[in-house]
Design a protein. Structure first.
Length: 233
């Protein structure tokens, strides 16, 4: 449920600038892979439900990016969202029906492959925000800090739990380490931006303006600005 604050922020501000839609889509696809992995491994009910909820909330956030950032109509975005949910559900069911008998016969390779795919998709989803940070010279916008903090702490505590076990789950360990590092990088990037831009933000506050207003004024007057957004070539 860590995505609820992000979905709420998207809805309240009617903006998803800085939140890459591809991030949410990759995470939704990752939820499908984790769902298949959980069923094949016969996890308990909470662990079976969690990937489904995660994928659904990711798709909700993805649909929001289509509406608020891509300017799609609500009907068109929701129709695509529903079609994607049905496609993912069908794919997950097909994979479970195909791979579970193989796993029960003692062949663990397909389950391991699905787990690896899930890890790759989850980590890949954390890369697009770095493109947004590069564009804004380290600044992070659009990502809810409560959501990111909950996700980071969840990965950190899960990693600590793995370390405390007698046997270390390498796949899970790699996943949690990469998630912690990439999410920590987002925090550090914005913190560095705040330090570097403190004088400009202080001057803007003294004038009763925001940082964005100061940046817009420089753009309108075609004046150089230290923190102007980088334009793709």
């Amino acid at each position: 449920l860590q995505l609820v604050p992000q979905i709420w922020t998207n809805w309240r501000t009617k903006r998803t600038e800085g939140l890459p839609g591809i991030m949410m889509f990759l995470w939704a696809a990752c939820g499908v892979s984790f769902g298949v992995y959980a069923v094949i491994q016969n996890f308990n009910i909470p662990l079976l439900v969690q990937p489904q909820c995660f994928a659904l909330l990711c798709l909700v956030s993805w649909v929001q990016t289509l509406i608020y950032h891509n300017k799609w109509s609500v009907f068109k975005a929701c129709a695509l969202g529903i079609a994607t949910i049905l496609t993912f559900a069908g794919l997950e069911a097909a994979l479970i029906l195909t791979l579970r008998p193989i796993y029960r016969r003692g062949n663990e390779a397909p389950a391991l492959a699905i787990g690896i795919i899930a890890v790759i998709l989850l980590v890949a989803g954390l890369l697009p925000p770095y493109g947004e940070m590069w564009k804004r010279r380290g600044r992070v916008i659009g990502i809810n800090w409560v959501f990111l903090s909950i996700d980071f702490m969840g990965a950190l505590f899960s990693l600590m739990a793995l370390v405390a076990q007698h046997t270390f789950d390498i796949l899970g360990g790699v996943l949690y380490i990469l998630c912690c590092l990439l999410e920590l990088g987002i925090f550090v990037s914005h913190l560095i931006f705040l330090v570097r831009s403190r004088k400009i933000r202080k001057d803007a506050s003294a004038q009763g303006k925001t940082f964005d207003e100061i940046m817009s004024e420089h753009e309108d007057q075609d004046l150089p600005f230290k923190f102007a957004e980088r334009k793709p070539r």
